[in-house]
Design a protein around this ligand. Sequence first.
Ligand code: SF4
Length: 341
Amino acid sequence: MAKPTTVGTSVFRRERSSRTDASLRGSPFGANGEPTGSIAEGPDENALRRELLYGWWESARVSRDRLPWRTTRDPWFTLIAELMLAQTQVERVAPRFLRFIDRFPTPHSLAVSTPREVLELWVGLGYNRRALYLQESAKQIEERFEGVVPHSLSGLLSLPGVGPYTARAVLAFAFGDDVGVVDTNTGRVLARAFVNHLLAPSGAQALADAVVPGGEGRKWNLALMDLGSLVCRLREPDCAHCPLRAGSCRFYGARREGSIESDDPARSSHGVSRPQARFAGSDREGRGRLLRAAIAGTIVREDLAAAAGWPEEPLRAERVAARLVVEGLLAQSHSGDYQLP
Ligand code: SF4
């Protein structure tokens, strides 16, 4: 048997070839990655993937099962965790999540808190607007859903800041529904292993929904997510140790056969594998500094640029602070000073 390491990082970096119409023949996806027909796959192929994936996951999941949001099926805790995890690394989220659910164990407890209380627990996770979205969601859960996180896609999507990923994550991980949860990790595995084809967000969602084994929405999505995170990584997929390489990963199989149609589909699947913008030197970094400064006390207008970390760029600091005011994360007094709302 050929060594699996012949398909590794170096091969993934081969000169990219352009996809031809021939590469799309028989595919349920168009050249733009949108679904064009039935997504259903051969039951044997999916059954094999399921068996291999679960076999790997049962042995690999020990440490990830200690993640605090994996030990709960509470929809409120799951909603909090998924909003935190949407754009922040697992290691940074874990301690914050525990403090947050300890302080806000129910939608009601968050709904009646002040923005300051919420932001004090959130700052450091980045994308602080999510904290206010979560608080607004808590209020709406109180007012429209009798204090209970809705168990429906439409209900979840109607909450502020809750998008298709977060809504389906709550449905699958808390309620156990058979929906596909598409994030960068699962989207990458779907694009590579299942179709070896570019996937637009709509195509990835349709495929993800179609391949969930009945009654196993939670387990399936967690396993797929872990495979994408730990093995089928964006830049260095560890095919040598991947359970799907043995006959059930289409991308791996195409590479081994030297197919010219086997450009890495995950790299061009817009909205599926999107690298995050650089943080250092970004406006996001200044926003975080301003919010931390505001938590410590009022920011006098003359000190704004220094508080943002841009003493030589006062106009940039004012622009970013003004944006924070518009978003409801800062309030400005008549004298021009800034403070938490
Ligand atoms: S699913 Fe496995 S075999 Fe396929 S590209 Fe990803 S790591 Fe490699």
